[in-house]
Design a protein around this ligand. Structure first.
Ligand code: SAH
Length: 389
């Protein structure tokens, strides 16, 4: 089968040759008319030299996602080999873990395909037309290579709008009724993959949850707590943990999770976290550890300034609540808030709180969410462990 070829602009060629998989439509000089959504295409420079092969998108501003810089077919065998490689990396990194990000899109050279595994169920997201067009095949491969009994698709997030894909969710394979159980360290958790947020849990924070658990003591507060990922780990060592989330369902799940683990010292509250932090301050409360893990305040470049102010405000609030020597675990999952900007936010908050602040460790997403070097869009999470002497 001959694969149609298109021509990239010099800028597009430079980007592709540097290893960035995304080629925007403005960098396509000419494309053959027969290309359809998700079809395989060869990309060449203006002289006709081969640059890479990828999948075409009709609606997305990212017209082409490159999967290989070799002139090799993008067939099922290649996709299967990449899935196996991704699976084996997780097995090597986390041999005993029953919930991981199995495939991390661009980072695992499968642009737009994200797979989380919870026990024997896979939860997938398709964020490119190329992967959308192959979703049935990919689901079958997951069953065959990873032994999952069900494949849920959670294509109901806002990132689908950007790609021009409809929002929906459901099952691609098998059956599923009710929540699925999994573990983070000693804590057992459950998630309803068809009803809860995004692909279920926040697996990117798993290793940070565990570290927070090791460091916890005394009185703790976990804001933007969702199902209690941080709160439950901290409760194993702390005297008392307040978990705050505005979503009543998340709060209910936190309570259920606490009960399931025999943790009687978790107090889950449904409230606006910013207001709750302010109220705790007014009451004169002080804590040994505070966690701040807000949703992405900045999703786009527009509104970045407002988002930075919001991050500063919550961090300022968090720092004010710390006892001498208290720890602040502070996060931002906005890709637009770079490490440098986040450092500025923390400095600003520390100045306002008039407290010295030590940076114990800069962490990010777990190694199953490893970013791809040269592709800054694959790096988004900052989870920093701070201490206020
Ligand atoms: N810390 C969690 C993940 C948090 S996701 C973990 O590690 O597992 C962000 C959470 O913030 C969501 O559960 C959402 O319901 C909650 N949220 C968003 N805005 C909020 C607000 N203003 N006040 C309290 N919770 C909020």
């Amino acid at each position: 089968m001959t694969i149609p070829s298109l021509t990239l602009s010099p800028k597009g060629c430079t980007r592709a040759r540097a290893g960035h998989p995304w080629i925007f439509r403005s960098d396509i000089l000419s494309a053959p008319p027969e290309l359809t959504s998700g079809s395989e295409v060869r990309a060449c420079d203006q002289r006709g030299n081969f640059v890479g092969r990828g999948f075409w998108a009709v609606k997305s501003p990212i017209a082409l996602r490159i999967l290989t810089r070799k002139d090799e077919p993008l067939d099922d065998a290649l996709l299967r080999a990449r899935l196996i490689a991704a699976r084996d990396l997780r097995k090597a990194l986390f041999p005993k873990v029953d919930a991981v990000r199995l495939v991390n899109g661009e980072s695992d050279l499968m642009p737009g395909w994200f797979v989380d595994r919870y026990g024997d169920v896979a939860c997938v997201q398709h964020l490119s037309e190329g992967m959308e067009a192959r979703r049935e095949t990919l689901a079958r491969m997951l069953v065959e290579e990873c032994g999952v009994r069900a494949v849920v698709f959670r294509d109901d997030g806002s990132s689908r709008d950007y790609e021009g894909l409809v929002r929906h969710k459901g099952l691609l394979h098998g059956e599923l009724s009710g929540p699925v159980g999994y573990h983070e360290g000693e804590i057992s958790l459950s998630v309803d993959l068809l009803a809860d947020h995004k692909t279920g849990g926040y697996l990117d924070q798993r290793e940070n949850h565990l570290l927070a658990g090791e460091l916890a003591r005394g009185e703790c507060v976990d804001t933007f707590s969702y199902h209690g990922g941080f709160a439950l780990q901290m409760a194993r060592k702390a005297d008392h943990v307040i978990a705050i989330d505005q979503d009543a369902d998340a709060v209910r799940r936190t309570r259920e999770n606490a009960e399931k683990n025999g943790l009687k010292n978790v107090e889950a509250r449904a409230a606006n976290a910013v207001e709750a932090l302010r109220a705790l301050d007014k009451e004169g409360k002080k804590f040994d550890m505070v966690v701040i893990d807000p949703p992405a305040f900045a999703k786009r470049k527009e509104g970045l300034e407002g988002a930075l102010r919001a991050y500063k405000e919550v961090n300022y609030r968090g720092l004010r609540l710390l006892k001498p020597g208290g720890l602040l675990v502070t996060c931002s999952c906005s890709g637009k808030v770079t490490t440098a900007l986040f450092a500025e936010v923390i400095e600003w908050a520390a100045q306002e709180a008039k407290r010295p602040v030590q940076l114990l460790e800069r962490r990010g997403a777990g190694r199953d969410h490893a970013p791809l070097v040269g592709v800054p869009e694959t790096e988004y999470l900052k989870t920093w462990f701070l201490r206020a002497p």
